[in-house]
Design a protein around this ligand. Structure first.
Ligand code: COA
Length: 418
C-alpha cells in the first residue's frame, strides 16, 4: 500500500481510538440480547423508541456512538475490510474465508452488467432535469421487468436478486452520472474491485489507488445503520411478500428525503450558501431564528458524535493537500460543526451525522453534488437486503396500529342537506 493509503488508515485508526476514549464511561442502554417484556409502550411521533423486530445484522448504540455490523465494530471494518467483504458479512452473518470471498466477488462481477432496457429507459427520460434518486428507482424498477422469479418470494430467490442488486445498483448509478454529464455510459470493468469499478462507471475514468480506497471506505461506512427509515421501508414492503426489487425501490424512495440520505446533498448546498467560515455565525443565527434544521446534524439514535463522521471529518482534512479547492468549504464545515456542537450538543445532543462530511469527500473527488445520495444507495443496498432477508426467514407482515382520535357515529348527510 502507498503512503497516501497508509495516511487514510491512520485517520480511521485514530478516529476509532478517540471514539473509544471519549465514550468509555457512557452507560449502555439495554438494547442488546433479550429484552425485558412487556416493554412499556408509549405513543410517540415517528415510532420513536418503538421496537420492530429482533436482528443480528447490526446495532447502533446512540449513547456510546457505536456502529456494529454482525458483531464487527465499524472502525475495524473501515480499517481492514472491503465493501465486498462487508456485504458478505451483512448477508451471511460471518466472515468469509478466502474461497467464499472469491466466489462472492466473482458473482458480483458477473452480475454487474445491466440489461440494455435499463440504459434505454434512462436515455428516454429527461435525466438532467430529474433528481438522480428518481432516475435510480426507475432503473431498478426496469431491472425487475421480465424477471419471473418475482412471483415466488423465497429466501433463495431474494438472495439471488439481492446479490444482483448490490452489483447493479452501482452500474445504474454510474450510468445516471454519465448520462447527466452528457456522456455515454461505460461498460463495467471486471478487472476492478466494486469501488473502483463504480467510480469508473460514474466518471468514465479509472480511479487512482487513493480514490478507490476512499470510495471503498465510504461504501463500508454507509452499508447498514439500524432500523432507519429506508431500511424499515424496504422491510415493510418485503414483509407483504412483494419482491426484492420492489422493496429496494421503496427503500430508494425513502432514502431520497432530506431528513434521511438526501441530507448529504443539502449539506453541500448549505456550505456553498455560507461560503466562508466568517459567515457561519450569522448564517447559524438566522437558521436558529427560523427554527430550520441544520442539514447533516442530529439523529434519532445518536446522542453522541456519529462514528462515521469521526472518520469522514478527518478524512476531508487529509484530502486538502491534494484538493485545496475544497479548503474554504472544509473550514466552513469545521466552524459550523464546532458551533452546532457547542450550542446544541450539550442541550439537545445534536452532533454531526454521517451526511455532514461525506459530501465534502465526494466533492473533493469531483463528483456532482446531486449524485451524493445515489452513492449512499449503492452502499445501503447491502444493509437493506441483509435485513429484509433476515426478516423474510420468519416473515410476519408488518402491521402496526394507530390510535384513532377522530369521532365515531358521525351522521352522514346527503350532499344537498350539508
Ligand atoms: N438542527 C437543529 N436542531 C436540531 C437538528 C438539526 N439538524 N436535529 C435535531 N434538532 C433539535 C430539534 O429541533 C429538537 O429540538 P426541540 O426538542 O427543541 O424540539 C431536538 O433537537 C430533537 O430533535 P428531533 O427533531 O426530535 O429529532 P428526530 O429524531 O425527530 O429527527 C433528524 C432526526 C435526523 C430527522 C433530525 O435531526 C434532522 O432533521 N436532521 C437534519 C437532517 C439530517 O441531517 N438528516 C440525516 C440523518 S442521518
Amino acid at each position: 500500500m502507498g503512503k497516501e493509503t497508509d495516511a487514510i488508515i491512520k485517520v480511521i485508526h485514530d478516529a476509532g481510538v478517540k471514539a473509544a476514549q471519549e465514550t468509555a464511561g457512557e452507560a449502555e442502554p439495554k438494547l442488546t440480547g433479550s429484552l425485558e417484556w412487556p416493554v412499556k409502550a408509549e405513543i410517540k411521533p415517528g415510532l420513536d423508541g418503538a421496537i420492530s423486530n429482533e436482528t443480528k445484522i447490526g446495532y447502533v448504540n446512540g449513547t456510546k456512538g457505536w456502529l456494529i455490523y454482525q458483531g464487527y465494530n465499524i472502525f475495524d471494518l473501515a480499517e481492514y475490510s472491503t465493501f465486498e467483504e462487508t456485504s458478505y458479512i451483512l448477508l451471511y452473518g460471518k466472515m468469509p474465508n478466502k474461497k467464499e470471498l472469491e466466489t462472492f466477488n466473482k458473482k458480483l462481477i458477473a452480475n454487474r452488467k445491466v440489461p440494455k432496457a435499463v440504459i434505454d429507459v434512462l436515455k428516454t427520460i429527461p435525466i438532467k432535469d430529474t433528481h438522480p434518486m428518481i432516475s435510480l428507482y426507475i432503473g431498478v424498477a426496469v431491472l425487475a421487468t421480465g424477471d419471473k422469479t418475482t412471483e415466488t418470494t423465497t429466501v433463495e430467490n431474494e438472495t439471488e436478486i439481492s446479490i444482483k442488486l448490490i452489483a447493479q445498483m452501482a452500474t445504474i448509478a454510474g450510468a445516471i452520472g454519465m448520462l447527466r454529464a452528457g456522456k455515454e455510459p461505460v461498460e463495467p470493468d471486471p478487472s476492478l474491485n466494486h469501488a473502483a469499478n463504480f467510480l469508473y462507471m460514474l466518471t468514465g475514468a479509472k480511479p487512482d489507488e487513493i480514490n478507490e480506497k476512499i470510495m471503498d471506505l465510504a461504501l463500508i461506512l454507509h452499508a447498514d445503520h439500524g432500523m432507519n427509515a429506508s431500511t424499515f421501508t424496504t422491510m415493510v414492503t418485503n414483509s407483504s411478500l412483494s419482491d426484492m426489487y420492489s422493496s429496494v425501490v421503496a427503500g430508494i424512495c425513502s432514502l431520497k428525503g432530506p431528513l434521511h440520505g438526501g441530507a448529504n446533498e443539502k449539506v453541500l448546498y448549505d456550505l456553498e450558501e455560507i461560503k466562508t467560515a466568517d459567515n457561519v455565525e450569522p448564517w447559524f443565527k438566522k437558521v436558529r431564528e427560523t427554527k430550520r434544521k441544520v442539514m447533516g446534524f442530529g439523529h434519532r439514535v445518536y446522542k453522541a458524535y456519529d462514528p462515521r463522521a469521526r472518520i469522514l471529518g478527518p478524512l476531508v482534512n487529509n484530502m486538502l493537500e491534494k484538493h485545496p479547492e475544497i479548503k474554504p468549504l472544509y473550514e466552513t464545515a469545521k466552524k459550523l460543526d464546532a458551533m452546532v456542537c457547542s450550542e446544541l450538543g450539550k442541550e439537545k445532543k445534536v452532533f454531526p451525522n454521517v451526511d455532514f462530511y461525506s459530501g465534502l469527500v465526494y466533492k473533493a473527488m469531483g463528483i456532482e453534488t446531486a449524485m451524493f445520495t445515489p452513492i449512499f444507495a449503492v452502499s445501503r443496498i447491502s444493509g437493506w437486503a441483509a435485513r429484509a432477508l433476515e426478516y423474510l426467514a420468519t416473515n410476519r407482515i408488518f402491521r402496526p396500529r394507530a390510535v384513532y382520535t377522530g369521532e365515531i357515529g358521525t351522521e352522514y348527510k346527503p350532499i344537498d342537506k350539508r
